[in-house]
Design a protein around this ligand. Structure first.
Ligand SMILES: Nc1nc2c(c(=O)[nH]1)N[C@@H](CN(C=O)c1ccc(C(=O)N[C@@H](CCC(=O)O)C(=O)O)cc1)CN2
Length: 296
């Protein structure tokens, strides 16, 4: 079997267009554009690229982008004071603090300082709790993007066996919650899971989010399964001095067995920013007591 390639880049472009198409209605109702504030601390090269892309995508969708760049030496109190100012700013509907943060800053304390109504990353415990009990929540962008790709490919997910490899608060745990909500039978596997290959082999849906290059082998995949690869790992390329991106799944092997698979790059990655725009528009509507736009 050769798997169908799930084109996350194309799906993400469509979502971004749908968000952009819904912005004018919000503008008419509120007299302003939805606003997204992104805070970057330090000079991590990858984070700089992601923050620049977020700003560009926000503007392209007709929203207001507010960018704050803080030096790597900034204190936790200074960062939390900025978050408090953004919480109080009525023009700001979404707040995102780009991760990772420098070591002197406690990520949890910063996330806890964000108003849950503006937490477009969906990382605040209030949003994590709401998701866990099945209430309306702002949901982390990457797992929500994975779910959108799965539903687009498979339709109804109920009754399917899903394995999520990785138990991070940002991807693994919310992914499991979303799949439970879709009535999947969900196993969360991690570094201590015994016989991981056997666990994966039982799954109709495999979501790999461990951050270990090509750890999931083709022989672990059940024939016809749908494989969602969240990993973005930079490894040395065969050309000296160059690197290339690989996922957490050995793509060529897995594509021989799976029914459908996301590539890296061009699979899950582009969904993260598209869903961020979607969450910002949803948060903007909710803050004004407006119903969320349909089809997002
Ligand atoms: N506050 C947050 N910090 C971080 C998040 C997040 O969701 N919120 N996620 C990641 C980084 N990230 C967005 O911030 C992100 C990662 C990857 C991509 C993407 O489009 N990847 C491309 C490949 C890009 C490349 O060539 O390097 C792909 O997979 O096709 C977008 C956004 C950590 N921090």
């Amino acid at each position: 079997m050769t798997a169908e390639i799930i084109n996350g880049k194309a799906f993400a472009e469509g979502l971004r267009e749908r968000v952009a198409a819904a912005v004018p209605e919000f503008h008419s109702a509120s007299g302003r554009a939805p606003g997204l504030a992104v805070v970057l601390v330090g000079e991590d090269p990858a984070s700089q690229v992601y923050v620049r892309s977020k700003g560009k995508a926000t503007v392209a969708a007709g929203m207001q982008s507010i960018e704050h760049r803080l030096p790597p030496s900034v204190s936790q109190d200074e960062l939390i004071a900025l978050v408090a100012a953004l919480n109080a700013d009525d023009m700001v509907d979404g707040i995102l603090v780009q991760l990772p943060l420098p070591p002197q800053i406690d990520e949890k304390a910063v996330i806890a300082a964000i108003d849950p109504a503006k937490d477009v990353d969906g990382f605040h415990v209030v949003n994590a709790g709401r998701l866990a009990v099945g209430e309306d929540a702002l949901v982390p962008c990457t797992p929500l993007g994975c779910l959108m790709l799965l539903k687009d490919k498979l339709g109804d997910l109920s009754g399917l066996d899903a394995v999520v490899i990785g138990r991070s608060n940002i991807v693994g745990k919310p992914m499991a919650q979303l799949l439970i909500k879709e009535s999947c039978t969900v196993t969360v596997a991690h570094s201590r899971t015994k016989d991981l290959s056997d666990v994966v082999r039982r799954a109709d849906i495999v979501v790999a989010a461990v951050g270990r290059p090509e750890m999931v082998r083709g022989g672990w995949i059940k024939p016809g399964a749908t494989v969602i690869d969240v990993g973005i790992n930079r490894v040395p390329s065969t050309e000296p001095g160059k690197t290339r991106l690989v996922g957490d799944v050995a793509y060529a092997e897995a594509a021989e067995v799976a029914g459908a698979i996301t590539p890296v790059p061009g699979g899950v990655g582009p969904m993260t920013i598209a869903v961020l725009l979607r969450n910002t528009l949803v948060a903007a509507h909710a803050r004004l007591g407006l119903a969320a736009p349909e089809g997002l």
